[in-house]
Write a protein that binds this ligand. Sequence first.
Ligand SMILES: [Zn+2]
Length: 320
Amino acid sequence: MKLYSKENACRPFEAMSKTGRFVHSYIITGEKGTGKKTFARYIAMQLLCDNHNACGECRQCSRILRGQHPDFIEVDREGRVNYSVDVIREKVVADSCISPNDCDRKVYLLSDCEGWSDACQNAMLKVTEDPPEAAYFIFTAVNRNSFLSTLISRSMTIELHEADISSCREALSDMGKYSEEEIDRAVSLFGGNIGRCRDFLEGSGELTAAAEAVTKAMDAIVARDEYALAHILGSVSSKREEMRYALEMLARSVRDGAVIRNGGKGGAGCTAAASNRLAERFSTARILAMYDAVCEASYRCTRNCNAQGAAAVLAGKLCR
Ligand SMILES: [Zn+2]
């Protein structure tokens, strides 16, 4: 399996595979789209691979990649938003004391642990502190605040970041489905976040809506049309995810304007023309102030503030 821009994250696993002694509990954090589940599969491959190197080709690795390995257990939420304590106790804690099906080890993946209860984590404490010899646990979430310090202290934490742009391009191109122009457009909107670029190219409604809003918002900023801008930002502010995506993209497009203004090359794609006009029209200081305003609004939206209010304030600041 090829991982893109993950060399630093892989290094400890390569070292552990040489000694054959692995940590039993892992916490993987990173933005949506940075490859947490892919990395969890890589860890499972390191633990179960017949060749002890996550080869991606042996019987164990192939079954992990197909999602059909009996000893790589992706714990099911059973239809709930969050894991329930009962599921954790039965499907993870009790089950981990039973011998593996086919390998010397078994690996549990609990993904998207945002918002899981302290009770669930407390149920995991004993088994992560003194784990059955064969059992390994992987938890994923956007950030480490989702975990109790007691669970963090028993785990190895791995923080994933978006790939560098050239690795992201390579990853998208290796998927063999997208043209250069499509890849340009995705990267200009979502930078090195491979998962988001892919979801966008696969036609994700939220991402497409956000991209359209950003294209229009850039035009309104250049025209200093506060009314239109407030309307555009207001229209995405009712959906938190969409608003977050839109503000991230807007920050990137505005920043490109500052880069172009200073003789650099901005990103390609649907907002490139608007970034160029921004550079022609406004001073560097003004563009950087706009960039700060977008980042501040973006930060506010991640802190659960009123997104509609933040959109209105932002429109005012950008068209001042
Ligand atoms: Zn293998």
